[in-house]
Design a protein around this ligand. Structure first.
Ligand SMILES: [Zn+2]
Length: 537
């Protein structure tokens, strides 16, 4: 009697994640692991004929925001249909833990309004939070980061509050706790509150704790516009002085006068790697970003917290000053509105103004016969949680970053409730879009190189030593797709649209997508860094 596998994938074209050329072969899976790769004569309990399909490791989304959403939308359907098997959460400085139950402003920051009714907060520590995700049984794996904004908000509040040595020690302790619980590193979001108020020195001190564990420092850097180079150098400096492995998030140059600067920043990353700074970046394949409308306002409006912001925004003299400031480039803060314009700033989600979702500030301004600045002030005064999609990037820059050897792929999206709001289409289309648009159509890079950016590179960066390759002994996170038909279908006006061409997704050895259809399985796990030892590969 021949040996039998739990799952046997036959006749696939294997792109193994390492960047090496593809080859024909079979893949045998037993007890969640890949146990044989090559020509296999035995049988499998489940056999999948992959004659016309590519088999690659499951995609790892290096930059994701599903921290809270994964507890509600556990099926992660918009990611599994992209071939994604692991989400790296806690990005842009915002993780869902640690959380203080009596800090309403911190809870407001962490739990978006649309989830308020659906979630009861039962955790405070990072460890308790990870256990809650495990209880929720997500379909995909979660690799968590701890967020600096969350930690700073916990210790110092959200305003521009003075850092004491006690405060710094408390923050370090919270990061240590998160790292001990299994976090893969720390993230910052240096345009957001309260990270925008933090000095470089504070972050270096905190990143030193991360470095002790071999963790990563993932940063939404302080400026992606007129100060892009300074902000990139700050991230590199933090890595150099702390020893943490640096990951520059959703790398881009915003505003047409800054287009092309990504060539300089990537050269700087290459240059500083010579001095032992382990710096890489991630990128999503779109020329639009997404953020909170609140962050289109200069930081001084928010330095005393949100209540004060809402009071300020009503004052005629403040509105007058803001109109001038918002219409000019700045060398002290990132003027996102200037880069995107009112035409390029589209309401993605608002609990208060559902009727404006999908419309630009310019369109709404025409509709209401109101000047666009006044409109923007009036909207934020009634709903400070409005999220927007903002333009301002160039396609050539996106192409350059995607094809650079130091980049990997991160969607910057989150698991979605199908049909609700106008989220950025990246939540549905990122990974198939990279393959369809940049590999198949534009022939910008070989498939093997693109797959490496979605699999082995992020796994290596995170220190996930048994994922990211199709190799004997590795965990069976596998995607099978049709190279000729794989395609993103989500657009800005029709974002809730699943990608096509992804046929099978196997997570931890269980089938999560079968012939393009979601199964009932929920095989995801919370991945914890300490499973892999303290040193990264
Ligand atoms: Zn970000």
């Amino acid at each position: 009697m021949a040996e039998s596998f739990d799952i046997l994938i036959k006749n696939a074209t294997i792109v193994d994640g390492s960047g090496s050329p593809s080859f024909k072969g079979d893949i045998g899976i037993e007890e969640g692991k890949i146990t044989k790769v090559g020509k296999i004569g035995e049988h499998g309990e489940i056999e999948i004929d992959a004659k016309d399909l590519i088999a690659s490791p499951g995609f790892i989304d290096m930059h994701n925001h599903s921290d809270v959403a994964i507890m509600v939308n556990t099926s992660a359907s918009n990611y599994i249909t992209q071939g994604v098997t692991t989400l790296v959460t806690g990005n842009c400085g915002l993780s869902a833990a640690p959380l203080s139950k009596d800090s309403k402003e911190l809870i407001d920051l962490i739990i978006p309004p649309q989830f308020k009714e659906k979630i009861s907060i039962s955790w405070t520590s990072f460890e308790e939070y990870l256990k809650e995700i495990e209880k929720a049984k997500p379909a995909v794996n979660i690799a968590p980061l701890v967020g600096h904004n969350t930690i700073r908000g916990y210790v110092l509040g959200l305003g521009d509050n003075e850092l004491t040595s006690n405060g710094l020690n408390e923050m370090k302790e919270l990061i240590r706790e998160a790292m001990e619980a299994g976090a893969f590193g720390m993230s910052t979001g240096l345009i957001y509150d309260p990270g925008v108020f933090a000095e470089t020195e504070e972050i270096i001190e905190l990143a030193k704790v991360v470095a002790e564990y071999g963790g990563i420092y993932a940063s939404h850097i302080r400026n992606e516009s007129d100060l892009l180079i300074e902000a990139t150098l700050e991230a590199i400096k933090i890595g150099k002085e702390s020893g943490a492995r640096v990951e520059i998030s959703h790398h881009k140059a915003s505003g047409d006068r800054n287009w092309g600067l990504v060539r300089t920043t990537l050269s700087l990353m290459e240059y500083y790697r010579r001095f032992d700074v382990e710096v890489t970046c991630d990128v999503y394949p779109y020329t639009y970003a997404s953020t909170g409308l609140l962050y289109l306002f200069p930081p001084w409006t928010r330095d005393k917290g949100q209540e004060e912001f809402l009071r300020l925004i009503q004052k005629p003299e403040v509105r007058k000053k803001l109109k001038i400031e918002l219409s000019r480039p700045s060398t002290t803060w990132e003027n996102i509105l200037l880069d995107a314009g009112f035409r390029g700033t589209v309401i993605a989600h608002s609990e208060r103004f559902r009727e404006y979702e999908g419309k630009s500030l310019m369109e709404i301004s025409h509709l209401l016969q109101k000047d666009p600045y006044t409109l923007m002030f009036d909207l934020i005064a009634e709903d400070p949680h409005i999220s927007v999609i903002v333009g301002g990037m160039s396609e050539e820059d996106v192409e350059f970053v995607i094809s650079h050897r130091l980049s990997m792929i991160g969607s910057d999206g989150l698991v979605q409730e199908f049909g609700v709001g106008y989220p950025h289409p990246r939540s549905y289309g990122t990974f198939p879009r990279v393959i369809a648009e940049y590999v198949r159509k534009k022939k910008l890079l070989p498939l093997e190189a693109a797959i490496k950016k979605m699999t082995y590179l992020p796994a290596w960066k995170l220190g996930l030593q048994d994922r990211g390759l199709i190799k004997e002994g590795f965990v069976a996170d596998i995607v099978l797709f049709d190279f000729w038909t794989v395609e993103d279908t989500a657009t800005f006006m029709n974002p809730h649209s699943y990608a096509e061409g992804i046929k099978y997704v196997i997570i931890n050895g269980e089938v999560a997508l079968e012939n393009g259809k979601l199964t009932k399985n929920k095989p995801g796990r919370v991945l914890r860094r300490w499973c892999y030892g303290n040193s990264a590969g």
